[in-house]
Write a protein that binds this ligand. Structure first.
Ligand code: NAP
Length: 275
């Protein structure tokens, strides 16, 4: 199950139930809306009943203190999005990093020498930025700039994650973007309206684009970036891959990714080879 507030919009039950059907499991994946003060008792009850699941906004950080054991990845991010019971212990893990890694690999590949030279500019400094920063660090990225509406929040995040990156205030985005080869939106801009986090004209011609926001039919920004010739994708691969990684933690078998994508009625974006 997935717990959050709100959770009615979550796509996870759609693709997780398809995955469960695919492996012939009778287990069902539901959703539960909870206020923050309800989370500790609910997770304790999940531990007793051996229920596994996901945690979404705004409870991921809160859940760190509600599980009995956290994996090294959850500790690095400071947030739990996946839980299960192991030998009577409620385990908290974070698969957003695996989801972000999959999206980064799809756009740029996994060659450390490429990553170490790649200027990356990320907009936003919240929870999804934290998971993506760790995925960038693990990929080998060494030239990261965070453009933040609240630079002090970005600086605090980098200090907590022990990641060396530059912080630039939002009004200086244009200069930060000059050499960018990968531009990431980790803000909610474009989630509820058609706003663009970055003007297309500010993107260098060879820059790839990752929008962590996802919507049915892609975000208008991703569509506009692709129309302008950029390799671009939205946050759907990150979402499906974090779910696939969680499924593999729960069941110990490879997640049936094709069935998960089919349930959404979408195929993952296939990018042409990089120029
Ligand atoms: P969050 O923790 O609330 O952080 C949001 C960040 O965006 C903060 O740094 C915030 O700045 C900044 N921001 C908010 N509104 C802005 C605006 N109008 N202009 C510039 N910056 C703005 O949120 P989050 O958990 O990181 O999630 C961000 C988005 O990522 C979500 O809306 C969701 O769509 C997406 N997401 C996708 C996945 C996936 O699997 N694809 C997973 C998680 C999240 P301040 O610090 O100044 O408030």
């Amino acid at each position: 199950m997935i717990i959050g507030q709100p959770v009615a919009h979550s796509l996870s039950p759609i693709f997780q139930n398809a995955a469960l059907d695919q492996i012939g499991s009778a287990v069902r994946y539901g959703r539960q809306e909870l206020a923050p003060e309800q989370v500790p008792a609910f997770l304790a009850a999940c531990a007793s009943a051996r229920v596994a699941g996901n945690i979404t906004l705004p409870h991921k950080e809160l859940a760190m203190g509600c599980v009995q054991w956290t994996t090294a990845v959850a500790q690095r991010v400071g947030a739990v999005n996946t839980f299960w019971t192991e030998g009577g212990t409620l385990v908290g893990h974070n698969t957003d990093v695996a989801g972000a890694s999959a999206a980064l690999r799809a756009l740029i590949g996994s060659t450390p020498a490429v990553w170490s030279e790649l200027p990356v500019v990320m907009f936003g400094a919240g929870g999804s930025a934290a998971a993506t920063l760790i995925a960038l660090q693990d990929a080998g990225a060494r030239a990261i700039t965070i453009v933040a509406r609240t630079p002090s929040r970005a600086a605090g995040l980098l200090e907590r994650l022990e990641i060396d990156a530059r912080v630039v205030a939002g009004h200086k985005a244009a200069s930060a973007l000059q050499d960018a080869r990968l531009v990431i939106n980790a803000t909610p801009v474009g989630l509820r309206d058609d706003a663009w986090p970055v003007e297309i004209g500010l993107l260098p011609p060879r820059a790839a684009v990752l929008d962590l926001v996802y919507r049915r039919g892609e975000t208008p920004w991703v569509r506009a970036c692709r129309a302008a010739g950029h390799r671009a994708e939205d946050g759907l691969r990150m979402l499906v891959e974090q779910g696939a990684a969680a499924f593999e933690c729960w069941f110990g078998v490879p997640a049936p990714r094709d069935a998960m994508w089919d349930a959404l009625g979408i195929r993952p974006v296939a990018h042409p080879d990089p120029a």
